[in-house]
Design a protein around this ligand. Structure first.
Ligand code: THU
Length: 128
């Protein structure tokens, strides 16, 4: 799937976001190297700290289906903001090569590498 296809899926997911507290809806679509796509939205909770980001929902869906390698993730918010630090770290767990496509709802797109968003990342090899 190409970038626009991923953005379209992420935009659909953004409509499903459960955000009664922040009202900040996020949608994500993650392309695995297998060619399959896994989607996510943020899901909040009255116990605020239990809320989970759209990106991590997508990653955990994918990994729990056996995926380990990823090509790209599209993230859609109204204003087009890159993933939070926690999600950057979770993305890094599965390799540094992923392309991060950040889109707003007005047609603006930006593309980042993980190295740009999370330089000097803590990673599995650091534990050896
Ligand atoms: N959020 C995401 O889903 N992804 C991010 O990268 C940033 C933050 C969510 C978490 C919470 O539901 C809302 O946005 C406000 O922080």
């Amino acid at each position: 799937m190409n970038d626009e296809g991923l953005i379209a899926l992420a935009s659909e997911m953004r409509e499903k976001a459960y955000v009664p507290y922040s009202k900040f809806a996020v949608g994500a679509a993650l392309l695995a190297k297998s060619g399959r796509v896994y989607t996510g939205c943020n899901v909040e909770n009255a116990s605020y700290s239990l809320s989970v980001c759209a990106e991590r929902v997508a990653i955990y869906k994918a990994v729990s289906e056996g995926e380990r390698e990823f090509e790209a993730i599209a993230v859609v918010t109204e204003k087009g903001v890159p993933p939070c630090g926690a999600c950057r770290q979770v993305l890094r767990e599965f390799g540094e090569g992923i392309r991060i496509i950040v889109a707003d709802v007005y047609g603006k797109r930006r593309i980042f590498t993980l190295e740009e968003l999370l330089p000097e990342a803590f990673k599995a090899e650091d534990l050896m």
